[in-house]
Design a protein around this ligand. Structure first.
Ligand SMILES: [Cu+2]
Length: 85
């Protein structure tokens, strides 16, 4: 998976990588749903789901979208966020 967004150096520095540990997600379509919804959010640059570990890795601009907002979106979809790494 590769995000086509072209980033300048200044932008890259601002990007934060957040890993959200979810309660076990066993079905691939759930993963797709989470991934798709997060990608649509403004300020989110890249989303990668570690399917076997139920982890969602998000690269985002913290000034534009906070960890709380990411977490809230996942909760709204009906999945539980256990911790933020
Ligand atoms: Cu599912």
């Amino acid at each position: 998976m590769f995000c086509s967004t072209i980033l300048n150096t200044e932008r890259v520095i601002k990007m934060k990588k957040t890993i959200l540990q979810l309660e076990t997600v066993t079905c691939p379509s759930c993963i797709k749903r989470i991934e798709g919804s997060l990608k649509k959010l403004s300020g989110v640059d890249h989303v990668e789901v570690k399917f076997n570990a139920s982890k969602v890795e998000v690269r985002h601009d913290e000034n534009e979208i906070t960890i709380d907002a990411l977490s809230h979106m996942i909760t709204k979809l009906g999945y539980k966020v256990l911790s933020v790494i």
